[in-house]
Unconditional design. Sequence first.
Length: 187
Amino acid sequence: MLVRAIAALRARDPELAREVAVVICGGPSGTGLDRPTALIELAASLGVTDRVHFLPPRTGAELPLLYQAADLVAVPSYNESFGLVALEAQACGTPVVAAAVGGLVTTVRDQVSGVLVRGHDPADWAAALARLLPDRARRAELSAPNSPPPAADAETGPLAPGHVPPDSAGPQRCPGGAVLVAVELAG
C-alpha cells in the first residue's frame, strides 16, 4: 500500500515526491526473506524505484538509528495487535503515520504523536504524507510528546539501547529531502 501511496504522491505533487525517499526495512513477516520481491516488482511497475529503497531486516540495536534518521515512520498495516513498530518509532522521537486499525489506534495518538489514516486508499495516504512531509514544524510538534530525555541518570545511562539524543551527532536526516521509513512488512 505504501508503494502505491508514493506513486499517488508523485501524481499529486511531483516536486515533493522527488524529495522523498521511502526506505522499507525487512522482508514479508514469517517468510525469512530479506527482500520483499512483490513490492520490488510493484515499485518497478509504478515507476517509483528511484524513490523506494529496500533494506534487509535490522537488529533491535540498529532500528532506533533507522527510526531517528526518518522524518516519518509509516505503518500501513491491515491488522495490528499492538503496534510495536509505531511505539518504537515514537520512543525515538519520530512521528508516525499509521493505519487506524487494531492496536495502532491506541499506540498512535492521532494528531498528538502521529496521524491515523482511515482505510488503505493510496490517495488518502498520499494526502496525509503530502501534508506532513514538507511541514517540518508540524512534524516537530508530533515528535515532541514522544522524545525521551537523553539519559535517565548517571547509573542507568541511555534510556534505550541505541538511543541517540536529539542534540547529539547521531544519525542525520537527508539534506534537502524527506525520508519516510516503513519497517516490518505484513505477509
